[in-house]
Design a protein around this ligand. Structure first.
Ligand code: CA
Length: 228
């Protein structure tokens, strides 16, 4: 990063936003403040920030909803500022794709340490942000073996992930069962192509059925394809 990192402070409590702003600027960051949730979401999408500090309780759209929506299209680092010391809030925030959280009341040093940690990790893996595959509301992060559907983290096995990745990489083309078997299970896999059908059904139940979408198509007599 050759310029000052830009931190977007989404916080409706004026004194907290202000104290974060002053201290962050003192540490060499650029900052912007937004107190309205809906507007904050729009600004995260339209403007360019390096990291978002995101309060949970906000007017018009809460922090959880913002996090969920942003994660559908961006993996900008997000640190949630949770007002209550509630485990539920933290878990929910992390499941929605937040990178970290800080519980109020917090010491500035704690926030600063989290920000620096996340920005350092991002700089060490600059390609991570670009390396993702998208089909409809489904986003795959091959480096992390992670899948999110409409912002929600989905647990896939290794083979399920590789199968989905292969299909998405080749969308909208059709792949035969033999091609899939060779690619995902390896040339020396001594098995039946039924294993492909079985894994396709696992993927469908975890992704298509659960979210009422239809990305994984059966092309009769040919094989399978992934489409938006
Ligand atoms: Ca608040």
């Amino acid at each position: 990063m050759d310029e000052k990192p830009k931190i977007f402070i989404v916080e409706d409590e004026k004194h907290i936003a202000r104290f974060l702003q002053l201290d962050l600027e003192k540490e060499g960051f650029e900052t912007a403040i937004e107190k309205n949730g809906k507007r904050a979401y729009e600004r995260i999408i339209q403007e360019k920030y390096d990291l978002v500090l995101l309060d949970v309780m906000l007017p018009e759209m809460d922090g959880m909803e913002i996090c969920k929506r942003v994660r559908q299209i961006s993996d900008i680092p997000i640190i949630m500022l949770t007002a209550r010391d509630e485990v539920k809030d933290k878990v929910e925030g992390l499941e929605l794709g937040a990178d970290d959280y800080v519980t109020k009341p917090f010491a500035f040093e704690e926030v600063l340490a989290r920000i620096r940690g996340i920005l350092r990790r991002r700089n060490e893996e600059p390609r991570q942000e670009e390396n993702r595959l998208i089909v409809g509301g489904v986003i795959l992060y091959p480096d992390r073996y992670e899948v999110r559907v409409n912002g929600e983290f989905i647990e896939l096995t290794h083979k399920e992930f590789e199968l989905l990745q292969y299909l998405v990489e080749n969308k909208p083309n059709v792949l035969s069962r033999d091609q899939i078997l060779q690619k995902v299970w390896g040339y020396d896999f001594f098995g039946n192509t039924n294993v492909v059908d079985v894994y396709i059904s696992y993927l469908r139940s975890k992704i298509d059925d659960k979210f009422n979408e239809k990305h994984i198509k059966t092309i009769r007599g040919v094989g399978y394809a992934c489409r938006d």
